[in-house]
Design a protein around this ligand. Sequence first.
Ligand code: IPM
Ligand code: MG
Length: 379
Amino acid sequence: MNQYIDQAVESFRTLITEQLERQNRMEAGAEVKDFSRMEKIVIGVCGGDGIGPIITREGERVLEFLLKKEIEAGKIEIRTIDGLTIEKRQAVGKAIPDDTLEALKACDVILKGPTTTPHGGSLESANVAMRRELDLYANVRPVAVPELGIDWIFYRENSEGEYVLGSRGVEIPGKLAMDFKVTTDAGTRRIARAAFEYAKNNGKTNVAIVTKANIMKKTDGTFSAICHEIAAEYPGITAEDWYIDIMTANLVNEARRSQFQVFVLPNLYGDIITDEAAQIQGGVGTAGSANVGDRYAMFEAIHGSAPRMIEMGRGEYANPASILKAAAMLLRHICRTQEAEKLEKALAVANEKVVITGRNTGATCKEFADYVMDTVTKL
Ligand code: IPM
Ligand code: MG
């Protein structure tokens, strides 16, 4: 037993040292890319696994359609990035193969299909690895249901918390298992800043800081305290502390939920509650997700790779609404606001008019995208 303890203590030293270095790098800050001034923007598209390549292909087609002139003028390039498949990742034993990572880093923004993560084993999620490698610290997930008065935006911390050491826990087989959760000052400061800046720039007056600081005293306690420090710089905005459990209930509390506007929260709570929120909007297939850092940004569908749909031969009936929503967020991020608005409007019409059931009783993925593009031409 002692040998396990010695090993764990030794690896804990390494973990703390590495995390401290990461916090110091964040504190030093990074250069922020300004898309409104760039001469050329490279959009990388990677399909991923399962239904990923099917829905992403439609996302790419819609982007090509909306950005046609700028692509022809060489101001925007859409580049296919191969290699982010479970087969290749398993073959090289890496969450993101080296050459794929290099190709991703040569892009400015990325549209990404869902990737499969095996349960257990040592292969890390490609998603989590990409967020870390490109330092995509803000996971921004909007959810709107106008008829219910719901207009939410979630700022989920995307680079630390329960995820950063997710595959580096400690285990004494047959006895115990421990994972780690890490909250850094600089990491919290930048997500809090992003949330409050969004609130300020979009006329929002309320930010909910969602934690479980009564139990996770060190990590969530720090998260909440730093969010309040940042909040103090934004006089017109009320910062409210909420616990994740009651917030989960409040999202389905009709008397309360329409009062929430902006949420800022640690990684795992954000992961869970944004699925709930997306379900209220009509399902995880309807939500888009932006993973934003100072230099790169990646936009993806909020749902998984749905391997069962492929097994059952129903892949072509996958709903591309989520990846198209993500494409609209990508357009907004690179300051193509008009194109983003067109896509959002057409998407809202398509969501209402096109029946998509995930099987041959409804429209195909391609038909849905065709309808979206057709609607754009009529706007
Ligand atoms: C999400 C997903 C990912 C996460 C998975 C695929 C690693 O659930 O983007 O919400 O847990 O963050
Ligand atoms: Mg999730």
